[in-house]
Structure formats: structure tokens, C-alpha cells
Design a protein around this ligand. Structure first.
Ligand code: 13P
Length: 325
């Protein structure tokens, strides 16, 4: 294990005012995003869209890392430059989604578990040769009265920790992503209670498997009301509830917390992050973003698959990244 390499990766990613762009939508997910703008999800359209994102003028002022999907990692820009190099030439660290998505967890109705541990070490060695310096694994935890159940909470935490430990063995900084879903009618109090249980268990398993907390990135969901709950908690309440749970459960040794947006509107995701950073509550970690939809939504809508819209779409991405910065 080379801790100097991972230390440098953390330093580069936590550059002041910068965050992570999650552009690692799997093939079914990017198809969903393209369907919404009437663009066919062909390999070339996906390549063109990712090129738009990565060549946005000034993006490296606000983005320090980009999470890629495996297909994109192996694609080249129009000028035939591999995408990881397009990023690293701008001082942006290339990362990769390594999980293979969630499936239903048997005997634990409503819970999910993420696949992809088999052969992970070999894959990381291959990705490293292509310039990858960090990775991401997303655990999906739906919230209901009875979910996440004990089994789902425990197993997702064990798998996240196992993944993180394999990453560090290969000098790759792991993004540990426990996502409690916004779907549903639950209250912010229910989300707070579930988040406390999940984050506590994740840290417990990380420590149990001797993951070095100093060389990881936590990517949690915020503590927020369910999307279908007519009573939505205020920006201040979301910020304070999220900080409360993070302070209760996440050791100061974790250098950076980069939130996912999880289906929040782009404006709200920005407002919540801003309120947390502006809060008087003591925060021992760097607090930033690792947004997918909340950074890309306006750019995607402006692009609509048309080359003549690329410059305007890039302006939209630059604007969202700047506002989050
Ligand atoms: P969203 O910000 O759209 O939730 O995506 C972040 C991500 O990487 C989900 O795994």
C-alpha cells in the first residue's frame, strides 16, 4: 500500500472551492436521461455528451475530480485524446464507478444490496493503468417504516468496507457512498433516524476492516424529507439535521464529505450545501459536492443532442459548478 499516492489524491480532490462531478451514469441510467431529451443512447452520443462535460471552459476552476463509467474511461475525445487524459491535463483527477448496481436482498423485503466485489482488485489494476486514482461504490438504502432493515444496513456496510479496503490495497482512494433514497412520504425525522443507523454502521465496518479513514471520501445523502411528503423541511432544517447526524457518526479523521444530490433540484442541492458550509456548527471535515443530476440537469436540457447547443450547455454546467463552489 502506497499511502503517499492516496494522500496526494485526497489533497488534489479537496482543493478549496472544488468538488466532484459524477458523470458515471450506467448504460440504463444514461438512457433514462437521454430519453427525457429525446436523444438516442448510442455509444457515440454518450461519447459526445461526456466530451461536452469534460471540455467545458473553466470547469477545472470548480471541479477537482470526475467519476467516469467504464465505457467513458476507455473512450477518446473528438481529437482522439483518451478522456482520462483530457481530465488530468486540466488538473482534474479521473475516478471510476466500480460497483455493478443494486439487486433485491433476499429475505429482507424492500432492502437492496450492491454487487461487484468479485475480481475488483484485478479491475482496479487495469483502471489504474488508464489513469484512475479514485473509485466509487454506491449502496442503496430505501426508507420506509421498516427499511432499511438490520440485515440491509449491516450487509451494505460490510460490502462498502470490503470494497474500500480492496481500493486502498491498490492505492486507489475509495468514495464510500451510502445513499438513503429520497423516494417516499417519510418525514425528515425518519430520514434522520435511518441515516444515523446507516452511517454509524458504515463507520463501524470500515474500522473493523481497518480501512484508513484519512484516505477515503464519504459521499452520503443529506438528511431530508421524502420527495412525496407534502411537508418539506426548510433549507436550514436540512442543513442542521445533516450536520447533526454527521457530527454524531463520522470521525474527524475522514478528510472530506462530498454529498450526492439524489434527485434534489439543482437549486436546492446548492442551497443545502451552502447552508451547511455557512452554519456556525463546528465541522471537522471538508464539505463539498459530488453531484450528478444537480450539476448536469440544465446542461443536458440545453444540449438536447445538438452540436449547435454545446457552448450554451457548457455555460450551464459551468454556472452550476460555480454556484456550488
Ligand atoms: P446524483 O447527484 O444525481 O444523486 O448522482 C450522484 C451519484 O453519483 C449517484 O451515485
Amino acid at each position: 500500500m502506497n499511502t503517499t499516492t492516496m494522500k496526494q489524491t485526497i489533497t488534489d480532490i479537496t482543493a478549496t472551492g472544488k468538488g466532484i462531478l459524477a458523470a458515471d451514469e450506467s448504460s440504463p441510467t444514461i438512457k433514462k436521461r437521454f430519453d427525457a431529451i429525446n436523444v438516442e443512447s448510442t455509444e457515440d452520443n454518450r461519447r459526445a455528451y461526456r466530451e461536452l462535460l469534460f471540455t467545458t471552459p473553466g470547469i477545472n476552476d470548480f471541479v477537482s475530480g470526475v467519476i467516469l463509467f467504464e465505457e467513458t474511461l476507455k473512450q477518446n475525445s473528438f481529437k482522439n485524446i483518451p478522456f482520462p487524459k483530457v481530465l488530468s491535463d486540466q488538473g482534474i483527477v479521473p475516478g471510476i464507478k466500480v460497483d455493478k448496481g443494486p439487486i433485491d436482498l433476499p429475505n429482507s423485503p424492500g432492502d437492496k444490496v450492491t454487487q461487484g466485489l468479485d475480481g475488483l482488485g484485478d479491475r482496479l489494476e487495469e483502471y489504474k493503468k488508464l489513469g484512475v486514482r479514485f473509485a466509487k461504490w454506491r449502496a442503496v438504502l430505501p426508507i420506509t417504516e421498516s427499511n432499511p432493515r438490520c440485515n440491509g444496513t449491516m450487509l451494505n456496510a460490510v460490502f462498502l468496507a470490503r470494497y474500500a479496503s480492496i481500493c486502498q490495497e491498490h492505492d486507489i482512494v475509495p468514495i464510500v457512498e451510502p445513499e438513503l433514497l429520497m423516494d417516499g412520504t417519510h418525514t425528515i425525522e425518519r430520514c434522520l433516524e435511518a441515516s444515523r443507523k446507516v452511517f454509524h454502521r458504515v463507520i463501524h465496518e470500515l474500522m473493523h476492516q481497518k480501512v484508513i479513514l484519512e484516505y477515503m471520501i464519504l459521499k452520503p445523502s443529506m438528511v431530508i424529507s421524502g420527495k412525496e411528503n407534502p411537508e418539506q423541511a426548510s433549507v436550514t432544517k436540512v442543513a442542521e439535521a445533516t450536520l447533526q447526524i454527521l457530527r454524531e457518526t463520522i470521525p474527524a479523521a475522514v478528510p472530506t464529505i462530498n454529498f450526492l444530490s439524489g434527485g434534489q433540484t439543482d437549486e436546492l442541492a446548492t442551497a443545502h450545501l451552502n447552508a451547511m458550509n455557512a452554519s456556525d456548527t463546528a465541522k471537522p471535515w471538508n464539505l463539498s459536492f459530488s453531484y450528478g443530476r444537480a450539476l448536469q440537469a440544465p446542461a443536458l436540457k440545453t444540449w438536447r443532442g445538438k452540436p449547435e447547443n454545446v457552448a450554451d450547455a457548457q455555460e450551464e454546467l459551468n454556472k452550476r459548478a460555480r454556484l456550488n463552489s
